[in-house]
Ligand binder design. Structure first.
Ligand code: WT7
Length: 647
């Protein structure tokens, strides 16, 4: 059976944590009751402000016009770099680990990263980029991506990082939406040892796009690229002559810092807009409290920089806090499961922040890959992006962390800027995937289908009911769509789109996206409940359950199930899995089909693409919609074939 009993947090951790469980509750209370003074204190403690604010907060979440630290001036890059130069110039800011483990890594001290960012900012100014201009970054996971983000922030340009797996069409749509004047890219990215032609894709994307005046190219793959004279420039050439004296622009707290597109599976992508002051305070505080950052810590967040997790927890949060960040170029290769742990040991990583997907992928490979590494440096283990099933949580906790580290299952969204719900790392104990509390300043609630707020223990739509500093301010260039998408379904609240359960202690458990729920014979089921029942079998690595129409026209449940490496997949096991579901959820929830799947289709941000699994289950495979964010398109072909064979 699924073992969801709470696991104690080791005393050594609790004694040294930044915020004890009691202070957490006390700080939370203050953050709501005495909100202005709470946030003013945090903002002053965590960041350097050139000019202080006139008001801590104004406007409101519900009105769509929330503003934080109005009147204040600061610079995000200054806070991530210059502020640490006085005492920590020689400590390591960034360690880059290349995909090819035999190649040399790269390290930047704070002084070196500061110098690179200053020169890049001067170079951007030199090619005519002005404050408020938009710069598109379409780059591999290399230091130049971090440098470019901070260079934009330093000179006041708005960056928009587009995930390097995006197709030319998707890239073009985004560049056109935010009217970038400059695109920074690389000749080629390196992925699974192969070269991916980023510059060539940019050329296609930018054809006849008038806004794009310059394309700056970082050399990574080393192969030749087509060149457009007058438009294209090598990053190295640009930097060579650029002065390293580059003052940090004094930005208003509410000036935009970046735009980040959320993948629109069905609709036009949304350009989520984050501003400078509130975002940075929230990024720094959540990183300090939830990932329990201490001076000198090494932090590794495995997310791509093209996702919000990469922005907040590989760049802005940890660098604002003066930490050391590990950046891994590679994709996680199921054939080399030990690599993840080797990186942890090599750099003595203290906090590891990753996705349930990666955990399950590694867990599917058995445990032997853990044996060659020690992982003793780890103190906190985090996960984000999807619900984590108890088996995966337990494996992460006991096998990876050797029962020595709290596991924090953090819930948040591109739109929220930073972690919104999480277990308190220094709690007495933490329950797998289930002990999340609202972070400071967050007023979370549940509403029913008619929008009524629910009290006490309940299941419903998760809403957030007051502004917090890290919240998105708008959708770029379309404020009406922002209000319509997030603020109108439940007036007075921000609607997250996720369903959640709240227990009697006020702890939340996310059950998945509202759209993923299945209704069978009038009963609504949370797919994650069915999936948890299936993955409670030790032979199973992962499961994704979708609704489908059976041959007899009735609604049914189709379960895609990935076994662990040594598992024999026979009918007896399929029956055993159905039994588990029946025992924990009853007959209605039992899947009609258990389909063995060698792997599940997922985005490179680690989310299972249920939409595609649903289409395949329903045999509707002619048009699979937007598949640009798929980590591995071959997986889809394999599943279509299995479905057709009905095996
Ligand atoms: C959606 C947001 C936040 C960074 C990564 C994704 C799902 C996120 C959890 C979690 C269950 C989760 C939600 C959310 N999600 N974290 N801990 N448990 N579900 O950012 O691409 O904006 O996706 O990811 O459905 O709404 P994103």
């Amino acid at each position: 059976m699924t073992d969801s009993t709470a696991r104690p947090v080791p005393e050594a951790f609790r004694d040294s944590a930044n915020v004890s469980a009691t202070s957490y509750d006390e700080m939370y209370r203050r953050s709501l009751e005495d909100s202005d003074s709470f946030w003013a204190e945090q903002a002053n403690r965590l960041l350097h402000w050139f000019t202080s604010w006139e008001s801590v907060q104004s406007g409101s979440l519900a009105g769509g016009d929330a503003r934080w630290f109005e009147g204040a001036k600061l610079n995000a890059a200054y806070n991530c770099l210059d502020r640490h130069l006085e005492n920590n110039a020689d400590s390591t800011a960034l360690i880059w680990e290349p995909e090819d483990e035999s190649a040399e890594n790269r390290r930047f001290t704070y002084r070196e990263l500061h110098d690179a960012v200053c020169r890049s900012a001067s170079a951007l100014r030199g090619i005519g980029v002005k404050r408020g201009d938009r710069v598109c970054l379409y780059l591999p996971m290399i230091p130049e991506a971090v440098i470019s983000m901070l260079a934009c922030a330093r000179m006041g340009a708005i960056h928009s990082v587009v995930f390097s797996g995006c197709s030319p069409d998707a890239l073009r749509e985004r560049i056109d939406d935010f009217q970038a004047s400059v695109v920074i890219t690389a000749d080629q990215a390196i992925r699974f040892g192969r070269k991916v032609p980023l510059k060539a894709r940019v050329d296609i994307a930018c054809e006849n796009l008038e806004s794009v005046k310059r394309v700056v190219v970082v050399r990574r793959g080393g192969d030749d690229v087509d060149w457009k004279d007058g438009r294209d420039l090598w990053f190295d050439d640009l930097l060579r002559g650029a002065p390293s004296d580059s003052p940090a622009a004094e930005m208003g707290a509410e000036d935009p810092l970046f735009i980040l597109y959320t993948s629109g599976a069905t609709s036009k992508p949304k350009g989520v807009l984050h501003t400078t002051g509130g975002y940075l305070v929230y990024a720094a505080l959540t990183h300090e409290v939830i990932l329990d950052h201490h001076a000198g810590d090494v932090h590794w967040c495995t997310a791509e920089l093209g996702w919000i997790t990469g922005h907040t927890y590989s760049v802005y949060g940890p660098l604002a806090n003066g930490g050391t960040v590990v950046l891994f170029e590679g994709s996680f290769d199921a054939k080399k499961p030990a690599r993840t742990w080797e990186i942890v040991d090599k750099y003595q990583v203290n906090s590891l922040y990753t996705t349930p997907t990666l955990i399950r992928t590694l867990m599917a490979q058995g445990d032997s890959h853990l044996e060659t590494t020690r992982r003793n440096s780890l103190r906190v283990l985090g996960t984000v992006g999807e619900p984590i099933n108890a088996e995966a949580w337990n494996w992460y906790h006991s096998k990876v962390g050797k029962d020595d580290c709290p596991v924090v299952d953090t819930w948040w969204q591109t739109e929220t800027g930073g972690i919104v719900l999480s277990p308190v790392p220094a709690a007495e104990s933490i329950k797998p995937g289930a002990s999340a509390k609202p972070f400071f300043g967050i007023e979370a609630g549940l509403v029913d289908d008619s929008g009524e707020l629910l009290e006490g223990e309940a299941t419903g739509h998760l809403v957030l009911s007051r502004s917090w500093p890290g919240q998105m301010r708008s959708l770029y260039g379309n404020h009406d769509r922002f209000v319509e998408s997030y603020l109108s379904a439940n007036p007075g609240h921000y609607t997250t789109g996720d369903a959640a359960h709240r227990d009697a202690d006020g702890h939340y458990r996310i059950t998945g996206h509202v759209d993923d729920r299945i209704t069978i014979a009038g009963v609504t089921l949370d797919t994650s409940d069915v999936e948890n029942a299936i993955t409670s079998d030790a032979g199973i690595a992962e499961a994704a359950v979708v609704a489908y129409t059976r041959d007899d026209g009735k609604d049914g449940i189709y379960a895609w199930v990935t076994p662990r490496i040594d598992t024999v997949t026979d009918n007896a096991l399929a029956d055993a899995l159905k039994n588990r579901v029946q025992e924990s959820l009853g007959e209605t929830a039992v899947p009609d089909v258990i389909q063995w799947a060698p792997a599940l289709p997922r985005t490179r941000s680690g989310k299972i693409l249920r939409r595609i699994l649903k289409q395949i289950a329903n045999g509707a495979v002619d048009d699979l919609g937007d598949t640009t964010t798929l980590a591995d398109a071959n997986v889809v072909d394999a599943l279509v074939e299995l479905r057709q064979k009905g095996s």
